[in-house]
Design a protein around this ligand. Structure first.
Ligand SMILES: NC(=O)c1ccc[n+]([C@@H]2O[C@H](COP(=O)([O-])OP(=O)(O)OC[C@H]3O[C@@H](n4cnc5c(N)ncnc54)[C@H](OP(=O)(O)O)[C@@H]3O)[C@@H](O)[C@H]2O)c1
Length: 298
């Protein structure tokens, strides 16, 4: 059995932890983190790495000589967007290119402005505001758009995976945690009816990345959930999975002063043709009580 040497950046993050739990038997993994060391197991070595540091990133990747880099790391702090999301993605891409490694770069739907009915892989992200057009992109979305551009200039053949809301139960992702914490405190929770996304179950995304890693696909691919849903409709399904009442959820349109794209319906026709990994509908995943089913492994 030939072994694949894989560096996963952001291995301590939400997606990264699930990916680590699923690594195939023929992978040897370096699990990149910044502040929170991930749990290591046989074949998984934790690697502290600040991707905002170009020299450290180049040196670390040169020492590992991975065959594949899966780049999931981001910062959620606005002051780090340029350094970590934009420059850091460039450093990772450059370092992967220098050792001839394949690169899978995780990207997002929030780099589109939400003005189109649907987006496919040929649609252009919005790295800068365009004069005369409304600008619903957040600084985070803008940084991810610039990160994609940086990655393309630093690596000859990246695979860019644009995804949407990543959700799961064990533990819940950040947005789901916020929702259930509010409801458990007995507080009303507003969920927007006009923000449309294609939520994807974290295990399905992780499996799709593993499948992509075994393919020779390069270019942009949308790996999103199969159903376009409003935040409100998705929230109702999450309540079902967590056995929580929906009476405290208030459906409302996004207030005009909130900067956020509204409809982010990414076409997944290419993923449907290319990938065998099933991407389950949220109504299948969020069966009544689904979140209470114990899961060992993270
Ligand atoms: N979550 C979503 O709903 C969603 C939606 C669309 C796209 N995506 C994309 O999916 C990917 C994974 O997202 P996620 O939600 O799993 O992210 P996350 O949970 O916020 O994890 C971020 C990871 O990046 C690491 N990190 C932070 N600063 C770093 C630095 N300077 N150098 C190296 N690593 C650093 C963190 O390490 P420490 O914890 O050790 O500090 C952590 O492992 C991202 O590329 C994101 O854009 C996510």
């Amino acid at each position: 059995m030939s072994v694949l040497r894989v560096l996963i950046t952001g291995a301590s993050g939400y997606l990264g932890r699930h990916l680590l739990a699923m690594v195939p038997a023929d992978w040897v993994v370096w699990a990149g983190y910044h502040a929170h060391p991930p749990t290591t197991r046989p074949r998984i070595t934790a690697l502290r790495l600040d991707i905002g540091d170009a020299t450290a990133t180049l040196n670390a990747v040169a020492a590992i000589r991975p065959d594949l880099v899966i780049h999931t790391a981001i910062s959620r702090r606005a002051e780090d967007f340029d350094r970590v999301i934009v420059a850091g993605s460039g450093h990772v891409a450059q370092a992967a290119a220098a050792v001839g490694a394949r690169l899978i770069h995780l990207s997002t739907d929030i780099l589109f402005d939400g003005m189109a009915a649907r987006y496919d892989e040929t649609d252009r992200p919005c790295p800068e505001p365009e004069p005369g057009r409304p600008d619903p992109l957040s600084p985070h979305g803008r940084a991810k758009a610039r990160a994609e551009m940086r990655v393309r200039t630093c690596h000859p053949a990246p695979t860019i995976v644009r995804t949407s809301l990543i959700y799961g139960f064990h533990p819940p992702d950040h947005s789901t945690s916020w929702l259930i914490a509010g409801l458990r405190r007995g507080e009303p929770v507003v969920l927007f009816t006009d923000q449309i996304r294609r939520p994807i179950y974290v295990f399905d995304l992780a499996q799709a990345l593993i499948e992509l890693a075994g393919s020779d696909f390069t270019g942009v691919i949308h790996v999103v959930g199969p159903t376009a849903l409003s935040r409100y409709d998705f929230g109702l399904l999450l309540c079902r999975a967590f056995d929580l009442p929906t009476t405290l959820i208030r459906p409302e349109p996004t207030p005009p002063d909130v900067v956020a794209p509204r409809r982010l319906d990414l076409s997944d026709d290419l993923a449907q043709r290319l990938l065998c990994t099933p991407r389950r509908r949220p109504d299948e995943v969020c069966r009544p009580g689904a979140a209470a089913i114990p899961f060992e492994g993270l």
